[in-house]
Structure formats: C-alpha cells, structure tokens
Design a protein around this ligand. Structure first.
Ligand code: SF4
Length: 335
C-alpha cells in the first residue's frame, strides 16, 4: 500500500440555509462540521450513522457535487476545488458513484448494454463496437450475460440492477468508488452477494471505496476503517476490528448494541438511547450527543469535546472515554 492517501478530507464544513416560509427568517442547518479522514489506496472507509448525520452530504462533497463552506478535499494529490477543466475531466472518470436506487440513475428507455457503455462514450474515444464489447465484458464480470444487455432496466430485479450500476461504474476503471447505501434496498441474501462482488472487484482492480451506510452489520462485511458520524460530526474513527471489538464512544456502543447477533446464547445488551436526535438547525451546546448520552455529566453540557487519539489511531470525541471504558471493563459489559 502506498503511504499517501488517495483521498484526504480536511476539516470540511457544510451548512445549508433553510426557511419555513417567504417571510420567515433564514436558518442554518449544520450538515457537516469539521470532518476529517483519509482513505488509503485499495481500502474501504465507511461512514456510518443514522439518517441525517451528514454522511451523504460528505460523500457529495467528495464527488464535487456540492462545495464545502470551508476545509479542503484532496484526491490523488490535488485539491479538487482547484482543478483545471482537463483535470476535472480526469477527476470525473476516476471517481464513480453507486447509488442506493440504481433504477433512479438508469434511463428506463435505454438498453442495459447502452447504459453500461455510456461512461465510455463520455470518457474515452472508443468506437461503438469497442464500447459494446467492453460493456458485454463488464456485464459478464458482474455476473450478467450478453443477453441481459439487450433488456431494459424494468426487467431486472433490485440485485441485478445494482450489478448493472456496478458494471457501469467500473467500465472507466475508476480509482475511487463512492457507494451511497448501495445495498440498503436489497434483501439480506442479495446484500451479501452484492457486497461479495464489490469485495472481489476491489481485490482484482485495487479499488478504493468510500462506503456510506446506516447499517453496521453491512459495514462490518466490507470496511477496513470506519468513521461514526453523529449530527454532522465524526465521533469515532478506527479500524473495523477496533470499532467492533472495543468501541469507545457511547454512541458507537449504542449503535453496535442494536446489531443482531447470530448466536442466540450471546445476545447483545441493548443500549436504548433516550430522546430524539436534536435538530441540526439548533444543535445542543457542548457535546452534541449529551441530550441522549447515558454518561452525560456537567462538562458534557458546557464544553465541546475534541477528537482525541486513544492509541493506534483509534480516535474518539468524548470527555469521559477513559472513565466509561474502565467502568465497562470492570462490569464486563459486552456491546
Ligand atoms: Fe456522553 Fe459526555 Fe462523552 Fe458526550 S462527552 S459522549 S455526553 S460522556
């Protein structure tokens, strides 16, 4: 693995203005707050958190679909807000997206073969016959046949459409694939097939993934590193093993406690969080998680915790990390 990250997200902030009516005063939604992470070539970094936590907004900034208010995003050694037209063309080829609902991104009037070949039309000077052959090859690689290429999107199941979405992304040999909830609309058995396909492609083509999901059990299957987001902020970042075996942040512990365990003799101790997620229009003072945290004390309501490295690159944003995890160790709390 190269020592340089393929993607660096540095202290990125994004707010949106919202208004509840023509005369109403505009308010700011704090969608992403000072988020930083690196992704090394060939690895999968997953952003996980509940709906509205800012993970998809972060992904859209990485894909240059929306611009951050501040901070910088560096892809393959270049700041993406400073690219020349020519560099932007290369960037558009090198980063591809896979969506939750591939049906929405596939033109229903086009044959599957033409949809898969479409990025080649945009990014290469291949002839029509070369594009057709390439599309058929990618259909075969993702487990579909040449005959599938002659059909239309509505004739496919959800899992098959996601395979088409993957083939379409892969035709231009991207360096990074952003997968935004790519399996959350699929049955569990189909989820595993699609994740296995993504895993095989990663090994074969040294792909790098930014994987977005609300589901930790899905994230466990594919990630190398995981960033847990809450209310626009990263609260914990670590290798997958550390997150699943030794989570430090109370929010991560609560999310993990809700993941079903295959062994009925060792069920999780479910940690139920009190209250609703606060509004990003009016986030709480101090620790953003304090309104729901079972370990909240006075300092949590007053002082915003910083991200701290707790060892081996395991980063956690909590004033009480040491105390909480010593207590958990004493009580043998399994999460
Ligand atoms: Fe909970 Fe306080 Fe830690 Fe926030 S800082 S997660 S409220 S213990």
């Amino acid at each position: 693995m190269s020592a340089e990250p393929l993607l660096s997200v540095r202290d990125v902030v994004k707010t949106f203005e919202v208004s509840r009516g023509f005369m109403a005063k505009k308010k700011l939604v704090h969608a992403v707050n000072h988020v930083s992470f690196d992704i090394m070539p060939g690895e999968t970094f997953s952003l996980v958190g509940e709906s509205g936590c800012g993970k998809s907004t972060t992904a859209r900034m990485v894909d240059h679909l929306i611009l951050p208010d501040s901070g910088e995003i560096i892809f393959d050694g270049k700041r993406i807000d400073n690219l020349t037209d020519r560099e932007m063309q290369t960037f558009r080829r090198d980063i591809q997206m896979i969506f939750q609902d591939p049906y929405g991104s596939l033109d229903p009037r086009m044959k599957i073969q033409d949809l898969v070949a479409e990025p080649l039309l945009l990014h290469t000077d291949m002839t029509a016959e070369e594009r057709r052959k390439e599309a058929v090859q990618w259909l075969n690689i993702v487990g579909l046949s040449e005959a599938h290429g002659q059909r239309y999107p509505h004739e496919f199941s959800g899992g098959q459409r996601q395979r088409v979405g993957i083939a379409r992304a892969m035709t231009v040999h991207p360096k990074l694939i952003i997968a935004d909830e790519p399996v959350s609309a699929l049955d569990v058995s189909i989820q595993a097939q699609v994740l296995n396909l993504m895993d095989d492609l990663q090994k074969e083509y040294n792909l790098t993934y930014l994987f977005i999901s609300h589901d930790l059990s899905v994230v466990e299957m594919i990630s190398d590193h995981i960033g847990v987001m809450y209310l626009g902020t990263l609260v914990e970042v670590a290798e997958k093993k550390q997150i699943f075996e030794k989570p430090l942040h109370p929010y991560t512990k609560a999310l993990l406690s809700a993941v079903p365990q295959p062994d009925p003799d060792h069920p999780n101790q479910r940690i139920s969080l009190e209250g609703e997620i606060p509004s990003p229009v009016n986030p709480p003072a101090g620790c953003l998680f304090h309104t729901r945290c079972p370990y909240c004390t006075d300092i949590c309501r007053r002082v915003t915790p910083e991200l701290r490295d707790m060892g081996n690159g395991h980063i956690c944003r909590c004033h009480r990390t040491e105390e909480i995890n010593q207590e958990a160790g004493k009580d043998h709390v399994q999460v």
